[in-house]
Design a protein. Structure first.
Length: 420
């Protein structure tokens, strides 16, 4: 880290100070021990701005900040008021207004950012062992201790959001931390043909944490997400998501076990294979397809799900997987508390076939270690349909219309919520 500056006292005001400031470093988290706050591991970074202090107002601007290939311009304003005894009134309001010509998401990989020891204590987590108390501990930027000292208001406007080589579009973010409640008032990213919207909050409580958020993703190319994990992938497909969830839990790690709300997902893929994304739903589906189709090659037209969640228990209102050869419906439940899954998928051939072996399959076990098989009842039912198809198939061919191979009508009807 390097710091340089030039201090000037403005004429006509003995208490006014102007400091031209330059700060740079390889990683921001190296400042954590110096400032006693848990900063994320991003960098290299560079900061340049004019620091002006006068009448209890500290302002930094015009401000220029760079993180990797991303750049930001704007201002920071801190208002410090004191009481009659000269003590600083808390919390201190901080207003940050930033604009960016380009923001590269690869500059802000935060998956390795671990919550600090102070944060763990705040969330009432009890360690299995009693480690020696460190000489120092970072303050949690999202915790009540920081919120009692600082009230944050942040606005960011970005002309172009980039993820690797994928250009998404413009974006805006409004965030504040008031009274210990961390709130995303609005976040929006414009993408070609669609958008991503999000809002919500995260709040530490006396006996745990609470969160609530909504996410709407319309006509989003999920290949962008794939390339966040596998940059060389050429996978493409359209994803629509509607999420409205809330939870209260003893600590952050248990929030998913207490989620309640709704999750809707609609995917129109050009390719879908396990291992592309570390998302259990994708891996389960990719593993189940060969068992459902009996090895016959087919193309996925769409996957549409509508799940209700109640205290960590997911049950489908609707589950539709449409391929060129069959249509699959699903029932069952997924328990996020113990990570267990008990699901049944029932395939229906798109055209009546003699001696069809469209056997329902069961998916059981855990989300990460699941098993795919058939029950005795499913085998008996399949055997009966296999024999009776000699009689029923000719009648079906006469009395019914075959389901369309491309599944266009069914996929569109199932994703009507996208247009809401």
């Amino acid at each position: 880290m390097s710091f340089s500056g030039e201090i000037q006292r403005q004429q006509g005001s003995g208490k006014a100070i102007l400091l031209d400031t330059h700060i740079s470093g390889s990683r921001l988290d190296k400042m954590s021990r110096v400032l006693n706050y848990d900063f994320p591991p991003i960098g290299p970074y560079r900061l340049h701005g004019a620091l002006h202090v006068e009448n209890g107002v500290i302002s930094l601007g015009p401000l220029t900040a760079e993180v990797g290939s991303s750049s930001l311009e704007g201002s920071v304003r801190i208002t410090v008021e004191t009481d009659e005894a000269g003590k600083i009134a808390l919390p201190v309001p901080v207003t940050i207004d930033l604009k960016s010509p380009i923001l590269q998401l690869d500059d802000f990989h935060l998956t390795s950012w671990q919550r600090s020891a102070a944060a763990s204590q705040t969330e009432k987590e009890v360690p299995t062992e009693s480690p020696e108390k460190p000489e120092w501990a970072y303050a949690d930027l999202l915790g009540p201790e920081f919120a009692s000292k600082v009230e944050t208001h942040l606005e960011v406007a970005v002309n172009e959001v980039v993820s690797g080589t994928d250009r998404l579009g413009s974006g805006t973010l409004k965030f504040n931390n008031v009274g210990g409640k961390n709130t995303i008032e609005s976040m929006r990213i414009e993408v070609p043909g669609g958008y991503v919207d999000m809002d919500g909050f995260y709040q530490p409580l006396h006996d745990g944490v609470a969160t609530s958020f909504t996410l709407n993703m319309k006509q989003f190319d999920y290949g962008v997400l794939v390339r966040r994990f596998s940059p060389q992938s050429g996978v493409k497909g359209i994803m629509n998501v509607s999420v409205d969830l809330s939870a209260t839990a003893p600590n952050t790690s248990q929030l998913s076990e207490h989620l309640s709300g709704n999750v809707r997902l609609g995917v129109v893929p050009e390719d879908m294979a396990s291992g592309i994304l570390d998302i259990w739903a994708v891996n389960i589906l990719a593993a189940a397809l060969p068992a459902l189709s009996k090895g016959e090659p087919s193309k996925i037209n769409c996957l549409v799900t509508d799940f209700a969640l109640e205290d960590g228990l997911m049950t489908p209102r609707a589950f539709l997987l449409d391929t060129t050869k069959m249509r699959v419906q699903g029932t069952g439940e997924i328990d996020l508390k113990n990570q267990s899954i008990n699901f049944k998928m029932r395939p229906t051939p798109k055209s009546p076939q003699f001696f069809s072996l469209a056997t329902p399959i069961n998916i059981t076990g855990t989300i990460r270690d699941f098993h795919i098989g058939v029950s005795a009842g499913s085998v008996i039912g399949t055997a009966f349909r296999f024999v009776s198809s000699v009689i029923t198939v000719p009648l079906q061919k006469i009395l019914t219309n075959n389901m369309e191979p491309d599944g266009a009508a069914a996929c569109k009807a199932s994703m009507a919520w996208v247009l809401e």
